[in-house]
Design a protein around this ligand. Structure first.
Ligand code: AMP
Ligand code: MG
Length: 402
């Protein structure tokens, strides 16, 4: 049996090269960018008017002129007009190009317009040279990198990509993943179990958790039979980059998964970790490159193993990995066995601190307790008393909120 840290190292020794694919801009949200997005023009691409009003030449005002003759109107989307002489102004709308000869915008709110045919504008405030103009190239210059590869694409990135004319984007192609639930007692979600059966929940939980990386796993079920397990896994090892199994890795008479995987020459890197829950976790890799995560079947165990091991590993593949946040225990906690204990906790934010309140359930089969909690707090082996106020790594499965 190995430690949590050793298991993590062995898992991190294995990696996958993720391929790329092109997706349309409208479907790129949440994907991970695999190219550099550069400014195709200056940002903004011209001296942009930022208020509705009049465009003037500041020097005219400086020389004592508060009145301007309005010589025309320029909407957003029109080529720039030219101010004929310094006492003239052009009415301009937000988003218009600054007219030639003008350098300053006076908003309608602080001018008075008089006259019918020879309309004049009188300034009622002291302007500042250059006000209300967003000068060409002040945000980014043409050719500048705006979004780097391995950025997760959110609404701001999509907007920038649209601005530079990218209607398709090169993004990371998610790996092919199979989730295999094992167990004679399992029936499909849409079936009515007999009294001695249960619906398979792990596959659904794990599939949902993988959506964060836009992975669309294929789901399988195999019964507890060595030959059937071996036959099924042989095919899956050829086709998928990652196999995630649930169940069949413990000491039970019908736990055939380790044996089947070893018959198929999947190299075992470890079996069993000094932890609770999730002790029987089995991890290996195949010469085809496929990486195999075989989690124990108890729903809390498999979900904990997913959050503690598979999720950080996937985040590394997508270069999105961040070390876990540290959360503060809100009460003393005692755990006797010399194992790393992953306590289920409810998380609250309190003026910048993350508070972790233990939510004790009824063991690793109690999947309803996962609903009441937000994550797992990693309490190390080698001690059995954990005091209120101490900080421990948090593996949260929810977005932290205030
Ligand atoms: P195992 O690891 O196969 O010994 O299973 C441990 C416990 O987890 C048993 O009570 C199983 O019925 C349960 N279990 C196994 N697989 C699943 C699954 N896919 N969904 C829900 N519970 C499961
Ligand atoms: Mg089983």
């Amino acid at each position: 049996m190995i430690t949590v840290a050793a298991a993590e190292r062995l898992i991190n020794d294995h990696t996958l090269e993720l391929e790329s694919e092109l997706v349309s801009l409208v479907h790129a949200g949440g994907r991970v960018l695999k190219e550099t997005i550069r400014a195709d023009r200056d940002f903004p691409p011209f001296n942009r008017v930022t208020m509705d009003g009049i465009a003037i030449n500041f020097d005219h005002w400086k020389q004592g002129g508060a009145d301007f003759l309005i010589q025309g109107t320029q909407a957003a989307g029109s080529p720039p007009l030219k101010i004929d002489s310094s006492n003239c102004a052009v009415e301009v709308m937000t988003g218009a190009v600054l007219p030639e000869g003008a350098d300053t915008i006076i908003p309608y709110e602080v001018i008075e317009i008089s006259g019918e045919s020879n309309r004049r504008a009188t300034l009622q405030v002291v302007p500042k040279k250059g006000q209300n103009v967003h000068m060409q190239g002040t945000d980014r210059l043409e050719g500048a990198t705006i979004i780097k590869p391995w950025t997760i694409l959110g609404a701001p990135e999509i907007g920038v990509a649209a601005t530079v004319g990218k209607s398709t984007l090169k993004v990371v192609k998610p790996p092919l993943v199979a989730i295999i639930a094992t167990g004679d007692e399992l029936v499909a979600v849409d079936q009515t179990p007999l009294p001695h059966q249960i619906r398979s929940s792990n596959a659904a939980t794990l599939a949902d958790a993988l959506h964060r990386w836009k992975i669309e796993p294929d789901l399988f079920h195999i019964v507890d039979d060595l030959n059937g397990t071996t036959d099924k896994l042989a095919g899956l090892l050829e086709k998928y980059h990652i196999l995630i199994l649930s169940g069949g890795v413990s000491m039970g008479k019908f736990d055939y998964v380790p044996q089947a995987l070893e018959q198929l020459q999947v190299t075992r890197h470890f079996h069993k970790i000094r932890q609770r829950p999730g002790k029987p976790f089995w991890f290996g890799s195949h010469k085809s490159g496929t990486v195999v995560f075989a989690f124990p079947g108890n729903p809390v165990s498999s979900f904990m193993c997913f959050n503690r091991y598979l999720k950080p590993w996937l985040s590394k593949l997508f270069k999105l990995h961040k070390p876990p946040l540290m959360a503060q225990l809100t009460e003393d906690l005692h755990f006797e066995p010399d194992l790393t204990y992953f306590a289920q906790v409810k998380v609250e934010l309190d003026q910048g601190s993350i508070l972790a309140q233990p939510v004790v359930g009824h063991g690793s089969g109690d999947l309803a307790n996962l609903v009441d909690a937000d994550g797992f707090l990693e309490l190390p082996g080698g001690k059995n008393h954990f005091s209120k106020g101490e900080l421990y790594p948090l593996y949260s499965y929810r977005n932290l909120r205030s």
